[in-house]
Design a protein around this ligand. Sequence first.
Ligand code: HEM
Length: 404
Amino acid sequence: MTVSVPDMTHPIPPIFTKAELDADPHAIYHHYRDRVPFLKREDGAYLVLRARDVQDLLSDTRTRQMETELLVANGITSGPLYELMSNSLLYANGDVHRRRRQPLTRAFAFKMMAELRPKVRNLAHDLLNNSFRNGGMRLKEEYAALIPAITIAAILGVPRQEVPHFTRLVYEVSKILTTSWTRDELPAMEAATRDLITWTEELISERRRSWTGDFLSEYVARVDDAGEISSTEAVMQIVSVILGGSDTTRAAIVVQTGLLLDRRELWNACCADQLLNQAAVLEALRYEPAVGSVPRLAISDICIDGYTIPAGSPVLLATISSMRDPSIFQDPMVFDIHREQPRWPLVFGGGEHRCLGEALARIELEEALLALTMTLPDLQLAGAPLRVHGHAGIRRVEELEVSW
Ligand code: HEM
C-alpha cells in the first residue's frame, strides 16, 4: 500500500492498487472516508468516497459520463463490443443520451413494470419447484442467473426454446461491464456480442414485419415514428437493456440470500413476515451492492477539501462507500433489515443515467427472495458462505451452494 504524506499546499490523496482495494474495500473506504474526500488508484482513477460528494457529482457540470474512454483504455477500438458501447445510452451524454433513453423510459416506469410482478413470481416458484426434489442447488447458476435472463427474454418475446442460448450469450457479453474479465476471454466476449447483436437485429426486423403489440413492437414503432435514432442505435439500446439487467440482478439475488443465510435470525424473520423481504432487499443492496461505483470523467478540476481531481481524470463515484457513510446511515457497518432506507437508493446511481431498470430489478429481487423464504424456510448454506469481490463497477459473486 502506498500512502502519500499530505503536503498542506498540494495534498495528494492516498494511492492504492486495484488488488489492495479488492482485498478489503469496505475497510479501506471506512478508514479513509472522514480523512480524505477521495482515493487515487494506481491507474489514475479517483474514487470519491462520501455520500454528499457522490450525489453532487452524479449530476454536476464538472463531470460527464464516460463515452468510449474505458474501452479505449482497455485497447478496444473497433469490433462488436466497441460498436455496442459507442452506440449505447449508458455511455452517451447530453442530447445523444436523451434521444437513446427516451423511447425506453415509459416502458420501464414503475407503474408499467408492476404488471410484470405476477409473471416474475411464477417464474421464481417454477424454478424452485423444478429443483425441489434435488434437495439443493447452485443458487447463482440455477436460480439467480435465470430470473433476470428469463424475465428479459419474456419482455422481448424470445421464443422459449431459445432462452438457454440467449442466457449463455447474455452472461458472456455482460462481462464487459465488470472489472473481472481477462484478455484471453475477449475473443469469446466479442463473438458472443456479435451473436447477441445479430440476434436482436433479427428480433427487431420480425417486429417490423409483423406487429405483435408487445414491448418490442411498441418500441420499434416509437423509434421509427420519432426518427431520432438510427436503426443501429435502436438495436444497441435493446442490447444495453439486456446487459444492464443481467449480471447486476444475478449478483444481487445471490448477495441478499447469502447475507440472510449467514444471519439465521434475520432469515427466520423474513420467513415469518413477508413485508420484511422488501426491506431486506434494500438493505442487502446498501450493505453489499452488486454495483460498487459509477464512472464519470472530470471535465474540469474538481476541488474538495483542498484536494484536486485534475480535469481529464477518470472518476469513480464509489456508491459502495457512500452507502456506508455515517452521515446518512446510522451504524452503517451493521446489516440491519429494520433500518429506514432512502426513497431513491444510491445503488441505482442518480442524475440522467439513473438506472432505467430500477423498478424491474426491485421486483425481481423481491420476488426471488419471497419465493425462497415462503417455500424453503429451512434453506441453508451447503458450502462456502457468500463471497463478493470487487471495489468498483459491477462486482463479482461466487457460486453459493444451498440445500433444504
Ligand atoms: C440490482 C440490480 C441493478 C443495479 C444495482 C443497477 C445499477 C445501475 C446503475 C448504478 C446505473 C447507472 C450507471 C451510470 O450512471 O453510469 C444503471 C444504469 C442502467 N441500468 Fe441498471 N441496475 C440494476 C438492474 C437493472 C435492470 C434490471 C435493468 C434493465 C432491465 C437495468 C438497465 C440499466 C440501463 C439500461 C442503464 C443505463 C441508463 C442510462 O445510462 O441512462 N439495470 N444501473
